[in-house]
Write a protein that binds this ligand. Structure first.
Ligand code: BTN
Length: 319
């Protein structure tokens, strides 16, 4: 009931009377009053005015199921939320939820991770209280070879949502690093369980540096946070809600063609590497080329110095 009361208070700009809440949930005034008390204890500022009712004035920076449920207004993305105050890795949790039959769009969210995973076997530092660690469980009816494209769908959604929430000039470093002013703000790690021609599930894990005030010496020149870029703290649940909103829009476009044709333009607009010289750290050689943008499969098109065009499938690209 706490989640529903919170949602109802959020959906009303003005006051919601105790009577309305009692009638809606079929409970006594004391029961409503108790829930309001719990919300206050959790850090919500609820104003109670005689003859008018209750109104939310401020909320804490938490990503609990109740908080997210009251803010996420999607059809399916993030409609089933599993929150962990602490866990090993939300990707591990989302995969287990996938095995257990959790629905498409289930979102595992954690306040801290003890075994956060990054790409290429790296770890993802996951201290408590200030960042977003979340993994979206997807069950798309597509061929397994197309699943990596979902990482680019997520990159688009994260970049657009962060831009909307903060006004910052957020960009994507191909294929899926989220950067601002040349520093990394967020990373995405997609993992999947497939048969030869069938996807059991895909898990897209997203880590975002939100309110981190200081980075360790080794990464302070390459990493940043929304707080460091804007000078303001940002409510993490609002960011998650916005990402879910954009994800649903972009996923629908992806499913329409089962490739990135309808997202290519949007992605290329956000691409930091576009029309710039990049260094391709290939398996056999490292070379410089001019990045042109992605193709409908999400591969990076580059023009080499001799004028020939090439498609980059994997490997690292540095700006
Ligand atoms: C990268 O290396 O850029 C990808 C980092 C992905 C980190 C996120 S945090 C939430 C999810 N759980 C994990 O263990 N990893 C991803």
């Amino acid at each position: 009931m706490k989640a529903e009361i919170l949602k109802m208070l959020r959906e009303n700009d003005g006051y919601v009377s105790g009577q309305q809440l009692c009638e809606k949930f079929g409970v006594s005034r004391t029961a409503v009053w108790k829930v309001i008390g719990q919300l206050k204890e959790e850090g919500y500022q609820v104003e109670a005015v005689r003859n008018r009712g209750y109104r939310i004035i401020d909320s804490p920076d938490v990503m609990t199921e109740e908080e997210l449920k009251s803010l996420v207004h999607t059809e399916w993305a993030g409609q089933n939320i599993v929150y962990y105050a602490e866990t090993d890795s939300t990707n591990i949790r989302a995969k287990l939820l996938g095995e257990e039959g959790a629905p498409h769009g289930t979102l595992a969210v954690a306040d801290m991770q003890s075994a956060g995973k990054g790409r290429r076997g790296r770890t993802w530092a996951s201290s408590p209280g200030r960042s977003i660690y979340m993994s979206l469980l997807l069950k798309p009816d597509i061929s397994p070879v197309k699943a990596p494209m979902l990482t680019l769908v997520a990159a688009c959604a994260v970049a657009k949502a962060l831009k909307t929430c903060t006004g910052l000039e957020i960009q994507i470093k191909w294929p899926n690093d989220i950067v601002v002013n040349g520093k990394k703000l967020a990373g995405i790690l997609t993992e999947m369980s497939t048969e030869i021609d069938y996807i059991n599930y895909v898990v897209t894990g997203i880590g975002i540096n939100v309110n981190i005030e200081q980075f360790p010496e080794e990464i302070k020149d390459t990493a940043t946070s929304l707080f460091l870029e804007t000078g303001n703290t940002v409510k993490r649940a609002l960011v998650i809600a916005e990402i879910m909103r954009f994800y649903e829009i972009y996923y629908a476009k992806f499913m329409e063609t089962k490739d990135l044709s309808l997202l290519q333009e949007e992605y290329n607009r956000l691409l930091v590497n576009r029309n710039r010289e990049v260094r391709i750290l290939g398996v056999k050689e490292t070379y410089k080329a001019y990045a042109l943008g992605i193709n409908p499969s999400g591969e990076l098109l580059v023009r080499r110095q001799d004028g020939t065009q090439e498609v980059i499938y994997a490997g690292e690209v540095s700006v």
